[in-house]
Design a protein around this ligand. Structure first.
Ligand code: KIV
Ligand code: ZN
Length: 404
């Protein structure tokens, strides 16, 4: 545990000596395939530009064989965007892999992402394959992808529910076949942080060639643990996190990019890790996705929610006015908000009212604030949200009645 500081880290400064974690964004693939997440072609291009600007390392642009739209998106993103690796997803068969390469071939930095389920449940009920067949198929898939491109990721779908001995065998075999990244998905959001950390640690300890590939985590949020599980994976040694803007994705979603990035940055004393993300673009990127999909983020969502830097309670507002680090662990500007929002409502105190009056251009003395505060409380009891216009009108009425 690091020392508790009242000085917030300066973001976007000099190159850090921290371990750099790759951010693999799958908003356009895992996010887009979720209910309510669909985007048209132009919207996907807008999102791709925003992701490049944000500084993600990998953009998973789609699943080329899934539909002509997906193919076109992966192809055009590959042809038109530089500055990030472009990945296309495929199942572990020749047609999928060939189609993925057709879409990716003109990218500056293409990545073929092959997946195959490894858990007993998937082997028995979905694939009807033995463990030996899984290994054979996985190795063949990686080798075929490797014939096209050096940068090959293999995902062991439902890894977290896979027997550990078997998972180690699969990971060793796909690295031996040439996989440069091996992704360990918690496909159904079943893991807990300690569990996820143990899986990654055991893979690093037991797979002899684990050091030859980047281990990645891909956590779903069914138990609300996707961010915590991803962080536990990183703590145990994973070098890549797969995530989405606003955490959109199948069912309860994926690991939220903005949360996991700001957790590593704000608690760099603990994680000793960083990413290339330009955090000032987190809020604009989140808002762009909301505008495109119509999927609103909850008001109290960490980092990008409307309340993330808003304070209404009088004690908190008083503390914030004295020293922002009393109640904020990040600066709103560092994630792309203009400033902290001291919301005036029935829980607010005199300090916040005086501050707002000052910022609206009224120079009131202590007595005036005291009597104004009584009227403000009556208004606040009757009105949920109080705007600057309400405050200005209240002050003007108050000053006029004092004069008459
Ligand atoms: O959740 C999952 O397992 C996936 C894989 C295809 C990576 O999305
Ligand atoms: Zn997924």
């Amino acid at each position: 545990m690091g020392r508790i500081s009242t000085t917030l880290p300066v973001l976007g400064g000099e190159m850090s000596d921290k371990r750099m974690i790759k951010i693999f964004d799958t908003t356009l693939r895992d996010g887009e395939q979720s209910p309510g997440g669909s985007m048209n072609h132009e919207e996907k291009m807008q999102m791709a530009q925003a992701l490049v600007d944000l500084g993600v390392d990998v953009i998973e642009a789609g699943f080329p064989i899934a539909s002509p739209d997906d193919f076109r998106a992966v192809k055009e993103i590959s042809e038109n965007f530089q500055g990030a690796e472009i990945a296309g997803l495929c199942r572990c068969n020749d047609q999928d892999i060939d189609r993925a390469w057709e879409a990716l071939q003109h990218a500056d930095a293409p990545r073929i992402h092959v997946f195959l389920a490894t858990s007993a449940i998937h082997r028995e009920f979905k694939l009807n394959m033995s463990t030996e067949e899984i290994i054979e198929n996985a190795v063949e898939g990686v080798k075929r992808a490797k014939g096209y491109c050096d940068n090959v990721e293999f995902s062991t779908e439902d890894a977290v529910r896979t027997e550990m001995d078997f998972l180690c065998r699969v990971v060793e075999a796909v690295i031996e076949a040439g996989a440069t990244t091996v992704n360990i998905p918690d496909t159904v959001g079943y893991a807990t942080p300690a569990h996820m950390g143990d899986v990654i640690k055991e893979l690093i300890d037991r797979v002899p060639n684990a050091g030859d590939a980047v281990l990645s985590v891909h956590c779903h949020n069914d138990l609300g643990l996707a961010v915590a599980n991803s962080l536990a994976g990183v703590e145990a040694g994973a070098g890549q996190i797969e995530c989405t803007i606003n955490g959109i994705g199948e069912r309860a979603g994926n690991c939220s990019l903005e949360e996991v990035v700001m957790a590593m940055r704000t608690r760099s004393d603990f994680y000793s890790c960083d990413t290339r993300i330009n955090s000032q673009l987190l809020v604009p990127t989140s808002q762009l996705l909301t505008r495109i999909t119509g999927l609103e983020v909850q008001r109290n969502k960490a980092i990008v929610g409307r309340n993330a830097f808003a304070h209404e309670a009088g004690i908190h507002q008083d503390g914030m006015l004295k020293e922002p680090t009393t109640y904020e662990i990040m600066r709103p500007e560092d994630v792309g908000f203009d400033k902290t929002d001291l919301v005036l409502g029935k829980h607010s105190g005199r300090a916040a009212l005086a501050d707002r009056a000052r910022s609206l251009g009224f120079d009131l003395d202590d007595d005036q604030i005291r009597s104004l505060f009584k009227q403000f409380k009556i208004l606040a009891d009757n009105q949920k949200e109080i705007t600057d216009a309400d405050i200005a009108a209240l002050i003007e009425r108050h000053l006029a009645s004092a004069e008459s």
